[in-house]
Design a protein around this ligand. Sequence first.
Ligand SMILES: [Zn+2]
Length: 183
Amino acid sequence: MEHPTAAVTGGFLLSGSRSHTDSTGGKKVGTALDRTAILFAPPRRRVGRVFLHCSASDVESLTGSRLLAEVRDWHRARGFSEVGYHFLVDKQGSVMAGRDLEKTPAAQKGHNAGTIAIMVHGLTEFRWPALNACRDLCRSINEACEGRITYHGHCEVSAKICPVFDYTALLGLDRFGRMPAAD
Ligand SMILES: [Zn+2]
């Protein structure tokens, strides 16, 4: 296994060295920051925390809108009116907008108020395009919210192992969950 950096391993398989030629709709990966910068504008509702999740699925064919549709189905089956997360990141690093950012997520039972919920597709395998897109999205949020936001894993408020990847290392979080300011 070769990784572009050893920053995020967490003991789990990462596949950043694979080729990503099977991208959806002919779009190339690697422009996540531009896309997420466009996607993200701070909501009017008060938010203080971002929670990170994984999909607990490695189904390869779930990309783009198919991933969004599948997760929406999972959440509807659990009684939610719509997808519980605000953003979903597929394995190729495409970021989909889920639940309206003005609405409270349904993602961290008992800890949804004042949060933004992000899901990265994966269970045992998290790819660099996805992890980089997640980090870029979090950076965009951090800049837009002027560093007032802290970043957390679902596992901090739940017994679930979620997300499986090492989000603390990925985002460079301090012990309070703060991201360093951009250079
Ligand atoms: Zn979760």
